[in-house]
Structure formats: C-alpha cells, structure tokens
Ligand binder design. Structure first.
Ligand code: NDP
Ligand code: 8X3
Length: 251
C-alpha cells in the first residue's frame, strides 16, 4: 500500500526538498504552505503523487478546513513532517518587535501542535505512523538574539520527547531532527525581512548544510526498522562548532 506523508512548509527550503525525496521514494506527499503558486509548481514537477494543500499554520480554523479538503485517498497520513517554521529578527529581547515573537510562537509552536493533534489519533488508531519534527540546534544552545526562536525550538524538542512518552505501545514513532546552519533555503531572508545581502553573508564561505542533507536524513529515518526510534538527531555542517561561554567583567 502506498504511504502518504504530509510535509509542512513545502513551498521552499527543506520542505520542498523533503517532498521531492519522498515522492522519489514512492510516497504520496501532501505539501502545505501559504504560497499556493509554489505548491502548484511543485505539483507540476512531481505529478499526481503530490497534492498541494494551502494552509496557514497560524490559524487553527484554516488548518482544520484545509485537512477537510483532502480527498479520501490522501486522508490517511502515515508520516507527518512538521517542517514549516521561521525565525524573525536577531534583536535583543528588550528591543524586539513583539509581533515577531507572536508570529514565531503561533507558527512554530501553536501551528505545529494543533496539526499534530489533528493527525495523531489516526496514527494511534492504526497503530502505525511517524512524526518527524524539524527542530533546530537553536533549541539546544542559546545565542544572542535567538530568544524566542530558540525557545520555540526547545519547545518542539520537549514536545517530541513527551509525545514519545504518550505514544509508548502504539508503534507510532517520533523524531526531533535538529539541523544547524543550512543554506539553500529562505530562512535567513525571512529572518532579515527580505534583506538578501544580509542573508547571503551568513552562508558565504561557510559550506553550510543544504536542504538535500536534511531530506536525505528524513528518508534515512523512514528507512529504519519499525522497532527502532531515533529520539533526536542533531546535525551541523562540519564547519560549525561550539563557542566559549562569555564572561563579562566589570571594574
Ligand atoms: P524556508 O524559509 O525556506 O521555509 C520555511 C517554510 O515554512 C516555507 O515553506 C513557508 O511557507 C513555511 N511557513 C512559514 N510560515 C508559515 C505559516 N504561517 N503557515 C504555513 N507555512 C509556513 O526555511 P527552511 O527550509 O530553512 O526551514 C524549515 C524548517 O527548518 C523551519 O522550521 C526552520 O526553523 C528549521 N531550521 C532551519 C535551519 C536553517 O538554517 N535553514 C536550521 C535549523 C532548523 P509559506 O511562506 O509559503 O507559508
Ligand atoms: C536555524 C539555525 O543557528 O540560525 O534554526 O538558529 S540557527
């Protein structure tokens, strides 16, 4: 039986690459995002195995309505890849625009949890399924300006682990996939509100991860035997490592 994966954020970056890789592996893929024209372009490229589903993760009503639109053949979701998300700004906590915090929490936390809550009962009923959450190293290590973005990803990590606890005995697997610096996506363009130059500089000479690296990891996870659950997988480009913890000294 053909398996169905729902991949959020399929209009760009990791999500588009994950959708391509899963279709290549024989999955039916429901790809979501707000930009319908991007989803339609992917449909043109991938054919009948790809179903575009416009969905704004900031709205519970919109998520529910979108899921109801799915045809019978695509309603049984075997794999949920909670990939969509964003960072906005790198300002200090005392200087940020609060709306940016709200948008990140609504998308990365509220949207992800609501969609998961909608999909999980079917998986539990069928005693089979896989939820792959795209977290971030930002949920593991603090950095200046990471404030709420990192906190949303820490939430995603702990949510993933707590899902494992609730799903014990159901055969439903959960992984939190935690990438580090990754280029080839719109992540920094979004973070810097369309400032392409600023975004480009982040990746210059960095030999960063690419969307295909993340897609390959998703495929690898899905290829592991059902008795094995990868709880968390943290991946960095080889060029990225750890900084010292700074100590500010005052006279
Ligand atoms: P992109 O900006 O390229 O893609 C983000 C995707 O999220 C888009 O498809 C976008 O679709 C979707 N999205 C954003 N807001 C919403 C919303 N309100 N409703 C529905 N979809 C939404 O970024 P990446 O591919 O890099 O990021 C994917 C995930 O990986 C994110 O969760 C990010 O935090 C995480 N990540 C990224 C890293 C990186 O360095 N690139 C590293 C670690 C983690 P649309 O705008 O069409 O709605
Ligand atoms: C994206 C990685 O380090 O820019 O989640 O926050 S980082």
């Amino acid at each position: 039986m053909v398996k169905t994966a729902l991949v959020t954020g399929a209009t760009a970056g990791f999500g588009a690459s994950i959708a391509r890789s899963l279709v290549a592996k024989g999955y039916q893929v429901v790809g979501t995002g707000r930009r319908l024209e991007r989803l339609n372009a992917l449909k043109k490229e991938l054919g009948d195995a790809f179903v575009p589903l416009q969905m704004d993760l900031q709205s519970k009503e919109n998520i529910s309505e979108a899921l109801e639109e799915l045809s019978e053949a695509f309603q049984r979701i075997d794999v949920l890849v909670n990939n969509a998300g964003l960072a906005l700004g790198l300002e200090k906590a005392n200087e940020v625009n609060f709306d940016d915090w709200e948008t990140m929490i609504m998308t990365n936390v509220m949207g992800l949890t609501y969609l998961t809550r909608q999909i999980l009962p079917g998986m539990v009923e069928r005693q089979s399924g896989y939820v792959i959450n795209i977290g971030s190293i930002a949920g593991n290590y603090p950095y200046p300006g990471g404030n709420v973005y990192g906190a949303t990803k820490a939430f995603v990590k702990q949510f993933s682990l707590n899902l494992r606890a609730d799903l014990a005995g159901t055969h439903v697997r959960v992984t939190n996939l935690e990438p580090g610096l990754a280029g080839g996506t719109e992540f920094s363009k979004v973070r810097f509100k369309g400032d392409d130059d600023k975004a480009r500089k982040i990746y210059e000479k960095a030999n960063s991860l690419q969307p295909e690296d993340i897609a390959r990891t998703v495929v690898w996870l899905l290829e592991q035997p059902e008795h094995m659950n990868v709880n968390r997988i943290e991946i960095m480009p080889t060029s990225q490592s750890f900084g010292a913890l700074p100590v500010y000294k005052e006279d």
